[in-house]
Design a protein around this ligand. Structure first.
Ligand code: PGA
Length: 246
């Protein structure tokens, strides 16, 4: 089953627009339920998006901490769980870049979110184009997954390979090399913790035009979509392609 995640980032600016987008995504997700569809809106819309979806699952774009306490501005895992969130994106390159998140910090969040039973979408990716990004990406994974073992609900781990140079640029990676990196990621996770069956998604300028070239490769289990997930008809076609390619 392919996975398609809509990462709305800090969009849209009104609840009305968020509800409209969610309604459209739900409509497409429920037409043919072969693919798993996840919407990750800004925190502020989670409860309202939840009212619009039944087939599509709810995701959060980040999290901080387990149970809450004196952490101004933070959203914790218990709050997400009680709001119906099933997926949590951790380590997105924009969190690393604009909010100074380190591998050590990301590692704490991944560990806590897995222990809490969330599906964790751990994002990794190289800044500049590289002929073989696998070493870089696998180093990031080793740091982000430090101390996590096959006992830690590792089946709930999803890795999103997102080359930073491809994000929001309209310049997606070459599907063949993205598939090779995905394979290396799976091999690396297998070496790290003896589990080879985790899902690896590709992210970075995915559109309705290029999605098939990524997910038709069996090493790529789905896509993490930013910009195109804000366009209801384009994202509808992305979901359709994921459903068709099963
Ligand atoms: P993009 O973003 O689809 O707009 O390139 C992807 C992401 O950052 O997850």
């Amino acid at each position: 089953m392919k996975t398609v995640i809509a990462n709305w980032k800090s969009n849209p600016n009104s609840l009305r627009e968020a509800a409209r987008l969610a309604k459209s995504i739900e409509k497409h997700a429920s037409l043919n339920r072969k693919a798993e569809v996840v919407i990750a809106p800004p925190f502020i819309y989670l409860s309202d998006v939840k009212k619009e979806v039944s087939t599509a699952k709810l995701g959060a774009q980040d999290v901080f901490g387990n149970e809450g306490g004196a952490y101004t501005g933070a959203i914790n895992l218990a709050q997400l769980k009680n709001t119906g969130v099933k997926y949590v994106i951790i380590g997105h390159s924009e969190r690393r870049r604009y909010f100074g998140e380190t591998d050590e910090f990301i590692n704490k969040k991944v560990t806590a979110a897995l222990a809490y039973g969330f599906k964790v979408v751990l994002c990794v990716g190289n800044k500049e184009k590289m002929s073989d990004p696998s070493n870089f990406v696998n180093k990031q994974l080793t740091a982000d997954l430090k101390g996590v073992s096959s006992k830690d609900k590792i089946r709930n781990l999803i890795v999103a390979y997102e080359p930073i140079w491809a994000i929001g640029t309209g310049n997606a990676d070459n599907p063949q090399s993205a598939a090779e990196v995905s394979l290396r990621i799976k091999e690396h996770i297998n070496k790290l913790m003896g589990v080879g069956k985790i899902k690896v998604l590709y992210g970075g300028s995915v559109t309705d035009k290029n999605i098939r070239s990524f997910i038709s490769r069996n090493k790529i289990d789905g896509v993490l979509v930013g910009g195109a997930s804000l366009n209801p008809s384009m994202f509808g076609r992305i979901i359709k392609a994921a459903n068709e390619l099963g």
